[in-house]
Ligand binder design. Structure first.
Ligand SMILES: [Zn+2]
Length: 269
């Protein structure tokens, strides 16, 4: 076990070197401008967010592709919402299995070919704003991140979405079951989550208009990522329309965004 102790000790020293340094003023200005939730957090949670952002930006590798140039502004704009998910759960490390964040300038994806009912071949673009890979990077489209920042209460935020996937994968298989501490919590989570998911899939199948983004009906992992977006962006509506689900998310994230004052859109970056 000695080598393991040595690794942990080295890690603790590296961390202390990062968090003992003053938090850069420029980064704080980016947080104030792009992360409206920051001012609603308690002093303890603001402090935890700054520490986690500091660790995230220094320890993770950021790579810009295409014609995008990587800047601290891009790093902090991504790190702040990613780390919001962690401020209430300090026993979680800062996404320990994630090493790299790849930022693409805009939506990305493939064009797939399909044969229509008329027998003709069609080319259908499958565009993505983000991806989270098990044992791999998180990929984000910068234009989509900026859109998420500009509309903080529309229920869509690609960073919340992809980092909810990362948390979900941390527990093992990605199936909408984030790491929960006790058996009792896991049972309560599974009961509420499965009931809500199945009712949602059924409503989607019937073509009903739903408050939750229909993309959540794809599978349980997507449902968890989508409800996380609503939890932080439209908490009061989620608490009203899906009270039991909201309660489970509140217990997991140990935050209560429904108590935050409402937000208006912030200006485009
Ligand atoms: Zn997803």
């Amino acid at each position: 076990m000695l080598w393991l102790d040595r690794i942990f000790r080295r890690k603790r020293i590296q961390r202390a070197r990062i968090t003992n340094r003053p938090f850069p003023g420029d980064w704080l200005r980016v947080i104030h401008r792009t992360a409206p939730f920051y001012r609603h957090l308690s002093d303890d949670h603001q402090c935890a967010l700054r520490e986690n952002v500091h660790v995230f930006v220094v320890e993770k590798q950021f790579r810009a592709v295409g014609d995008l140039e990587m800047t601290d502004e891009i790093k902090v704009t991504i790190a702040a919402p990613a780390c919001l998910l962690l401020v209430g759960i300090p026993h979680f490390d800062v996404y320990p299995r994630l090493r790299e964040i790849i930022v693409r300038p805009r939506y990305f994806g493939n064009v797939i070919e399909a044969v229509g009912p008329d027998g003709r071949r069609y080319r259908i673009p499958q565009m993505r704003s983000g991806e989270a890979w098990r044992r791999g990077p998180v990929v984000l489209a910068w234009d989509s991140v900026k859109r998420s920042v500009a509309r903080p209460c529309d229920g869509y935020n690609v960073v919340f979405h992809e980092f909810a996937h990362v948390l979900d994968m941390q527990a093992g298989i990605s199936e909408g079951a984030p790491p929960l501490e006790t058996k009792q919590q896991q049972v309560a989570w599974a009961s509420v989550f499965n009931t809500e998911y199945e009712a949602f899939v059924e409503a989607d199948r019937r073509g009903e208009r739903t408050f939750l983004d229909p993309y959540g009906a794809s599978n349980r992992a997507e449902f968890f990522a989508v409800v996380t977006e609503h939890f932080f962006e439209q908490p009061r509506q989620l608490a009203k329309l899906h009270a039991a689900l909201y309660e489970q998310l509140r217990l997991f994230y140990r935050q209560n965004p429904a108590a935050w004052p409402s937000e208006r859109s912030v200006s485009e970056m």
